[in-house]
Design a protein. Sequence first.
Length: 95
Amino acid sequence: MNIAKTIQELRARAGVSQADAAQGIGIARATYASIETGRRSLNIEVAQQISKYYGIKIEDLINGDIGLDDSVHEPAVEYKQVECHIDEIVAHDIT
């Protein structure tokens, strides 16, 4: 499996949109979409962020080693915590 297909599969398993994944990783949605379709190459920093976001080893991301037994259901906890804090801050500022 090539890296673009691996990233597509990880996102599908996590059940997140490209926009959500891109935001969690810290890149533009268009950039994420280009990586996922293979139109754009990954640099090491983005590869590290993607593997961290999905909670897998960077080696597994690069090698496409995300077998059917691997469970990637949602983004890593630390990203969900940041997202939660952002939601709390936004909600607090609105009220």
